[in-house]
Design a protein around this ligand. Structure first.
Ligand SMILES: *[C@@H]1O[C@H](CO)[C@@H](O)[C@H](O)[C@H]1NC(C)=O
Ligand SMILES: *[C@@H]1O[C@H](CO)[C@@H](O)[C@H](O)[C@H]1NC(C)=O
Ligand SMILES: *[C@@H]1O[C@H](CO)[C@@H](O)[C@H](O)[C@H]1NC(C)=O
Ligand SMILES: *[C@@H]1O[C@H](CO)[C@@H](O)[C@H](O)[C@H]1NC(C)=O
Ligand SMILES: CC(=O)N[C@H]1CO[C@H](CO)[C@@H](O)[C@@H]1O
Length: 226
């Protein structure tokens, strides 16, 4: 009798732990994806969005939001295609505001990166032609090590390009090109480019490289361009 009771207790314990494991497992994956949705909402709050680029960013299924792509198997966000249409060239003419789409940074640029860092499977990030209001490119972009495509072209960043971008060792495509020459510059230490070991395409047109020119030859003669 005592033994049967004991066996039943064990059985109940096994069933119970199985059930909690199931619920726990299900809910951890649920909440991981919920965390990605929250990260996207935090990203959205960093910007003024007069052209409603992010107006579809509401509701539960963030994979259906405009510009967001998810892995079909696990639901993680893998791509953000949020290219604006801001162009210095066009600004010389007076363009119709209705036709232009862009996000204007209103928060600390570090907040943008810290929200994006929560998207641990993000591989493709296009923020080109939005208005980052003359901020520096944050060094923390270098922490998004899983990125394969990064486009920050004509996004109203100014100043020195941080060498930490050299930590993006999986990046295949890096576009930092500028319509106006000299707003972005690379200082003496351009060696970081040689650390981009997966690079297939680099666009730094319009970037002031004059301080880096002596080092460019070292990179060119190393394995980067050979
Ligand atoms: C980066 O975005 C711009 C548009 O803002 C586009 O013209 C350019 O082709 C993109 N660069 C790459 C390498 O895809
Ligand atoms: C970018 O936004 C800033 C204000 O945040 C504004 O002063 C500047 O004119 C904007 N640049 C362009 C090209 O629209
Ligand atoms: C980049 O990598 C270096 C080491 O290679 C590390 O010291 C640095 O903190 C990293 N920075 C970022 C922003 O990833
Ligand atoms: C490029 O940057 C260097 C160093 O900051 C500066 O002295 C030079 O005037 C810049 N060149 C142009 C054409 O803006
Ligand atoms: C199976 C299970 O426990 N699901 C719960 C996971 O969490 C969400 C919200 O946090 C609940 O609504 C589910 O019932």
């Amino acid at each position: 009798m005592g033994e049967t009771f004991h066996a039943m207790l064990v059985l109940v314990a096994v069933l119970f732990s199985g059930a909690t494991e199931f619920c726990f497992g299900w809910n951890t994956s649920f909440s991981r994806i919920e965390r990605e949705r929250e990260a996207l909402l935090k990203f959205k709050l960093c910007f003024h969005d007069p052209s409603h680029m992010l107006s579809s960013w509401k509701g539960n299924n963030c994979c259906e939001w405009r510009g967001v792509d998810c892995n079909k198997n696990n639901g993680y966000v893998i791509s953000l295609q949020l290219r604006g249409s801001l162009s210095d060239q066009f600004l010389q003419y007076s363009i119709d505001d209705q036709q232009s789409h862009q996000l204007y940074l209103i928060d600390d640029v570090e907040e943008v990166v810290s929200s994006l860092l929560k998207l641990r499977y993000l591989e493709h990030l296009d923020l080109s032609r939005n208005n980052f209001s003359g901020n520096l490119i944050p060094a923390s972009f270098g922490l998004m090590k899983q990125l394969r495509y990064l486009n920050l072209s004509n996004a109203q960043f100014i100043g020195r390009i941080p060498g930490e971008l050299g930590n993006l060792t999986r990046v295949l495509v890096l576009d930092l090109s500028q319509y106006y020459y000299g707003r972005l510059k690379v200082d003496d230490d351009i060696q970081w480019i040689s650390r981009l070991s997966s690079l297939q395409r680099l666009d730094m047109s319009g970037v002031n490289l004059s301080h880096a020119s002596s080092n460019l030859f070292q990179i060119a003669s190393g394995n980067f361009l050979s």
